[in-house]
Every structure is written in C-alpha cells, then in structure tokens.
Design a binder for this molecule. Structure first.
Ligand SMILES: *[C@@H]1O[C@H](CO)[C@@H](O)[C@H](O)[C@H]1NC(C)=O
Ligand SMILES: *[C@@H]1O[C@H](CO)[C@@H](O)[C@H](O)[C@H]1NC(C)=O
Ligand SMILES: *[C@@H]1O[C@H](CO)[C@@H](O)[C@H](O)[C@H]1NC(C)=O
Ligand SMILES: *[C@@H]1O[C@H](CO)[C@@H](O)[C@H](O)[C@H]1NC(C)=O
Ligand SMILES: *[C@@H]1O[C@H](CO)[C@@H](O)[C@H](O)[C@H]1NC(C)=O
Length: 413
C-alpha cells in the first residue's frame, strides 16, 4: 500500500513539471531541445552538464516572456559559443530581414569620421527617408531621440535608428558646410538641424556593380556587402553584363561583408571557379561534406578580391575558395575568422535562436576559426569611408595589381 502510494508520488513528482509547463517554460524547454538536437559539438554538452542546465533553468520562476528569455540566455551561456545565442524579437526580426536583404530604418550608413571619431553619415541609401530629408554624406549626427550619440557609440546609434516600419525617429545633426538647407528640416540652433524621419522598410542593395576604367582598360567591379536572398542572382546578372560588355578583368569587393546565407556564397563561388572544391563542412557527427563547383564558369578572366577585417563567415568561405583554388588573389586586410555555420531558428513568439550547426574548412583544409584568412597583398592603408569611390586607395591598388597580373599572364601565354 505504502509502496504503491510512494511510487505514485514519485511518478507524479517526476511528471508534474512537464504537465504543468506554462508557455514561458515551454519556450525554455523548446530552446533546450532545439540546441540539443543541432548544436555542432555534442562533446561540449558533457563538459557543461547540459541536461542539468535545463533543469536549473526550470527551477527559476518563469511566468512571462522576459523571465523565459533570461533563463534561455543563462542556459546557453556556458556553451561559450558567441554564435549560439538567443535572439529577442527585435534582434530576431532584424537578423531575419537582413537575410532577406532589407531592414526597417531610415536608410543611412553610419561611420566614425577618421579625423575626430565623430559619428557621420557615410551615405544615405537612394530613395530612403534619410535621403529624402536631405541627410547627405558627411552629415554629423548629434542626437537620436534625445540621446547623445557620444554616449551611445556607433553600434547603439545605428540600432536606435532601426525600428518598426511606420514609427518615427528624431535626429539632430549638423549638415556639412554649404548644404545647410532642406525644406523638411527645422533649425533650432545656428547649425544643428532637427530631422523627423518615418522609418520604413529599406532595401539594402547588397550588390553594386559597375565598370571601371584604368589605363583605358575596362574592369568589372562587383561589391557584395551581404549574402542575403537574391544576391547570387544579382551577381550572376552583373557577371553577364560584364561579359556582354567584353570586360576582361574583375574586382570582387567583399569588404565588411559579414556573411549571411551560406548558399549565396557557395553559388557565387560556383560561378567564378572552374571545377574545384569550394568548401568542406563538418557536422556534429564528424561527417564531412565536400562541396564542389560545377564546370560552368560564368566569368573566366583575371580577377582580384578585396577583403578586410569585416569580411566574415560566408564572405570568408568565398574568399577562401577563390584563394585556395588559385582563382583570385586576395588584397586588403586579414579577414575576421568565423569558421562556423549557424542555423536561424524561429521560436514562434517572435524570438529566435542562432545555433552553430557545422564547421567549415577551406579547400586546402584550413580551419580559419578565430584566425581569418591572410590576403596575398596586405594593405596598411587607412580604410576608406566610402568604398568604391574615387578616393578608395584599396580599390586603386587592386586595379594596379590586376593589370600587372594580366600582363604577366599574357607574357607566359
Ligand atoms: C538530446 O540529444 C541527444 C543526442 O542527439 C538525444 O539522444 C536525446 O534524446 C535528446 N534529448 C531530448 C530531450 O530531446
Ligand atoms: C538651398 O536653398 C536655396 C534656396 O533657398 C536653393 O537655391 C539651394 O539649391 C538649396 N541648396 C541645397 C544644397 O539644397
Ligand atoms: C556653427 O558653425 C560655425 C561655422 O560655420 C562654427 O564656428 C560654430 O562653432 C558652429 N556652432 C555649433 C553649435 O556647432
Ligand atoms: C595553387 O598554387 C599552389 C602554388 O603554386 C599549388 O601548390 C597548389 O596546388 C595550387 N592549387 C590548386 C587548387 O591548383
Ligand atoms: C568597415 O566597417 C568598419 C567598422 O564599422 C568601418 O570603420 C570601415 O570604414 C568599413 N570599411 C569599409 C571599406 O566599408
């Protein structure tokens, strides 16, 4: 009698937390399960007592989303992987829309001015609320919604400008000399102008292409700032155009391309390589997969690829594939060093997870995690604020090298 009752009790005690899980607790359990089934390094689970972390997370009071979010963050922290992380709804939607090639904001790219470190507009995106209001390149930003940008810093200032489409943001700024008038702006002190902008969905235009000239030679220039949806199609279109115009040489600019969709990077490598290994991925069971490029190479001429510290992830997959196949020399700065691949997972309540699901190696078997890729030509020049423009010395150097490499191949042939 007693024994059965006891067993019943134990059973009850064991099952009850599962049965009684509220929505917030379920979010925690679901996050644990998703990471459990896909995280790249299952050995790590033993080291950090992964099962116990789930238990510990559920012992806390979890009755609302905020408590669930905190519990998930605390649970993932011991993994020690900055790329396996919880994304609050605003971060999740931002990442999701950036993989779709757009962002909700006002359409300006910000940077720190090299002379004094002040935050300035690098360029407004065409047709964006910022461009229409007259925020031009060189405009110095002072305040966003009443907060000083000195306190916020570059990243947080950029984050404050993003937000739901339709919402408003107030910017105080100083326009560069000789351009201090705009119908929508009202001046409060002498030079500081206040802008009230409506945020909207902004197309990031991650692919820009043009045809440059150097010593009467035509050079195709394709700048890819992110691998979002549709990017490989846009690059293919640009390459077709370059071929149509009989342009013999190509510069691919991957500066500050922090990655995005791995498939977009693979597809572009496929267009530039003539049969060869693009990358080797290794999943959590240690199973490696080699991805080969097909024989149909869209562009066959000499090329050079510009990289920098901001070139990461899928950007490094592409750069590594081009370098290891001797297809393109790299010029610029050491790349970031992200040799891990993540999945983006929606948790259904607006939040989400990124989970590292695989590692990758370049065709010659280099693991670039935390190391990055060293370009063939390291440039010690200051980074230009507006890449692709006239004063971009990295680009001028690339042109020179490309011409030289073309001459030397001609000689050999
Ligand atoms: C966690 O993952 C392991 C290994 O894949 C699996 O055997 C186990 O059933 C998973 N646990 C849960 C609760 O999903
Ligand atoms: C400034 O306003 C004047 C007229 O008030 C106009 O002629 C001029 O083009 C404006 N300049 C700019 C840069 O918008
Ligand atoms: C306004 O501009 C003038 C020169 O055009 C400059 O001397 C002055 O410091 C500026 N004032 C502010 C508040 O930035
Ligand atoms: C690239 O060139 C290096 C040095 O010439 C050579 O060792 C290597 O095998 C080449 N790689 C490919 C994929 O052709
Ligand atoms: C790359 O990003 C860094 C940091 O945001 C910035 O300082 C630099 O000017 C950018 N470089 C290019 C070429 O866009």
């Amino acid at each position: 009698m007693t024994q059965i009752a006891l067993l019943g009790l134990i059973l009850f005690a064991y099952i009850s937390p599962v049965l009684a899980l509220n929505d917030a607790q379920q979010l925690v359990v679901e996050s644990w399960r998703l990471v459990n089934q896909s995280y790249v390094d299952s050995y790590r689970f033993k080291e950090i007592d992964w099962k116990d972390l789930r238990q510990k997370a559920l012992e806390k009071t979890i009755e609302n989303s905020e408590q669930a979010y905190k519990a998930i963050e605390a649970m993932l922290l011991p993994l020690g992987d900055p790329y396996t992380k919880f994304l609050r709804p605003s971060d999740y939607s931002m990442l999701k829309s950036s993989t779709e090639g757009n962002v909700n904001g006002v359409g300006i790219q910000l940077g720190a001015r090299s002379s004094d470190g002040h935050i300035v507009v690098i360029a407004p995106l065409e047709g964006s609320p910022a461009a229409e209001a007259g925020l031009i390149s060189g405009t110095e930003i002072f305040e966003v919604d009443g907060e000083s940008v000195d306190k916020l810093g570059l990243e947080a200032t950029a984050a404050r400008l993003r937000g739901q489409s339709g919402s408003q943001v107030v910017i105080k700024a100083i326009l560069p000399m000789n351009s201090r008038n705009s119908s929508q702006a009202k001046s409060d002190h002498q030079n500081v102008t206040e802008f009230v902008l409506d945020r909207q969905q902004i197309d990031l235009h991650p692919v820009q292409s043009s045809i440059l000239t150097a010593n009467e030679q035509k050079i195709g220039y394709i700048q890819i700032t992110q691998f979002s949806e549709g990017v490989s199609e846009q690059v293919i279109k640009a390459l077709n155009e370059i071929n149509k115009q009989n342009v013999e040489m190509l510069i691919v600019d991957l500066r500050n391309n922090s990655g995005g969709l791995v498939n977009a990077g693979l597809e572009i490598a496929n267009q530039l390589l003539d049969k060869g290994t693009i990358v080797e991925t290794v999943n959590r069971d240690g199973i490696s997969e080699t991805i080969q490029s097909s024989k149909n190479q869209l562009f066959t001429g000499p090329m050079i690829t510009i990289v920098n510290r901001g070139t990461a992830s899928a950007g490094e997959i592409l750069a590594g594939a081009l370098q290891d196949n001797n297809r393109s020399q790299l010029i610029g700065g050491q790349t970031f060093g992200k040799g891990l691949i993540q999945s983006l997972i929606s948790l259904g309540d607006g939040s989400g997870l990124t989970v590292t699901v695989a590692r990758y190696m370049t065709p010659q078997g280099r693991d670039i995690q935390k190391l990055g890729i060293t370009p063939d030509y390291l440039l010690a020049l200051p980074e230009p604020l507006n890449p692709g423009e006239d004063k971009d010395l990295w680009l001028s150097n690339s042109k020179i090298l490309l011409e030289l490499s073309k001459k030397s191949t001609n000689k050999i042939n």
